[in-house]
Design a protein around this ligand. Structure first.
Ligand SMILES: [Zn+2]
Ligand SMILES: [Zn+2]
Length: 379
């Protein structure tokens, strides 16, 4: 099994249509076909890769799974949580994603599973990307989303057969999904080419779903996003993914949360950070600056007399909501002292006077800075 990107192998973009993929596959398969490149090991390897990539990308469900989880979607025997260890909310048992595919083409993917393929398969997991504002992440929200998904074909009840009955076992492999071939002294076992290793064979396909057992549909769902959710979080909605196949359970839906950038605030853990400009006089004499809070309220920011640029003021309890808690983090405001511009004659006059009485000759007042540059002048 290759580690390379299937789209790159087939020289198509991630958004390529089924037809484009097919076209590119044909072209490449012709080019690298072993018959055309006898004895060329590189071409042979390439040919295998092309086939492997096409096997996945030509199938809508497999392609969707690959888009979501990459090669891991098909990792044989991984048998588990494709998001191992990552942050999410309701993760219970996520098992089985890999199983869907390893049972479909287990040995083709190089695995060692010997069990009979199961008739019912779990549906693929689905993904939905949801972008929310920082305010929405702060307060939490309920949102209706519409997803493109699949549902069990009502005509054949998911069996894919014209009469709606269970699909019969494949007569070529007696339902095992594998066939044996004698090659010299060796008996080779390979995926049954008649049923592609599934173990069953539909002779008369359901017209409604073309034998897939599921049809495309759109669903509207209500999603609850908890207050304090982080950018990059995933919310799992069990059973809201693609339809199970031939009676299998549905896949899950994962909602990927993206929190948009905010004009004023940046989040760090449960705290908020903002940079606020203050006038020179306000910084020197002290005062109050009003800023909008993330909760929609107003914050009266007290600027102490003698505040410097870059100084940080901490406002307790005005930070971000803490997930699954009623408390909040803190807000840290960095001041940026503004130098007045476009002075009127009167303002200039007063500042000149201020300069004279402060005996200000443009030398900095900060002692540590003076100490720092003293050495530089001596040298
Ligand atoms: Zn059907
Ligand atoms: Zn078969």
């Amino acid at each position: 099994m290759t580690e390379k990107d299937y789209y790159e192998i087939l020289e198509v973009s991630k958004t390529a249509s089924g037809d484009e993929i097919k076209k590119s596959f044909r072209k490449l398969a012709m080019q690298y076909h072993p018959d055309r490149n006898p004895g060329d090991k590189e071409a042979e390897a390439k040919f295998k890769e092309i086939n492997e990539a096409y096997e996945v990308l030509k199938d809508e469900q497999k392609r969707a799974a690959y888009d979501r989880y990459g090669h891991q979607a098909f990792a044989n025997g991984a048998g588990g949580n494709p998001f191992g260890g990552e942050f999410n909310f309701e993760f219970g048992d996520a098992g089985g994603f890999a199983d869907i595919f390893s049972s479909v083409f287990g040995d083709f993917m190089g695995g060692g599973r010997q069990r009979k393929p199961s008739y019912a398969l779990r549906g693929a997991d689905a993904r939905y990307d949801l972008s929310i504002s920082l305010e929405e992440a702060f307060s939490g929200l309920e949102k209706e989303i519409e997803i493109d998904t699949t549902e069990v074909c009502s005509h054949c009840h998911g069996h894919g057969t014209a009469d709606g009955n269970k699909a019969p076992a494949c007569p070529h492999c007696q339902g095992t999904g594998k066939v044996r071939m004698q090659k010299g002294f060796f008996v080779m076992e390979q995926s049954c080419p008649h049923c592609q290793g599934t173990g069953y064979l539909i002779t008369e396909k359901c017209q409604e779903c073309k034998g897939n057992g599921f049809t495309k549909t759109k669903k509207t769902l209500k999603v609850k996003i908890p207050a304090g959710i982080y950018d990059g979080s995933r919310i799992r909605m069990a059973g809201a993914g693609h339809a199970g196949i031939r009676g299998g359970e549905n896949g899950d839906l994962y909602i990927f949360i993206e929190v948009k950038e905010h004009k004023l605030y940046e989040r760090g853990d449960n705290n908020l950070y903002a940079q606020v400009p203050v006038s020179m006089c306000c910084a020197a004499l002290g005062g109050t600056v009003e800023i909008p809070g993330i909760d929609g309220g107003k914050i009266e920011l007290k600027i102490p007399a003698g505040s410097q640029s870059e100084e940080i003021i901490k406002v307790k309890g005005q930070g971000f909501s803490i997930l699954r808690s009623n408390s909040r983090g803190d807000l840290f405001v960095k001041l940026k002292v503004e130098t007045p511009v476009n002075l009127s004659a009167r303002q200039k006059e007063l500042l000149e006077e201020f300069r004279t009485i402060s005996e200000d000759n443009c030398q900095p007042q900060e002692k540590s800075f003076l100490d720092k540059i003293k050495d530089l002048f001596v040298a």
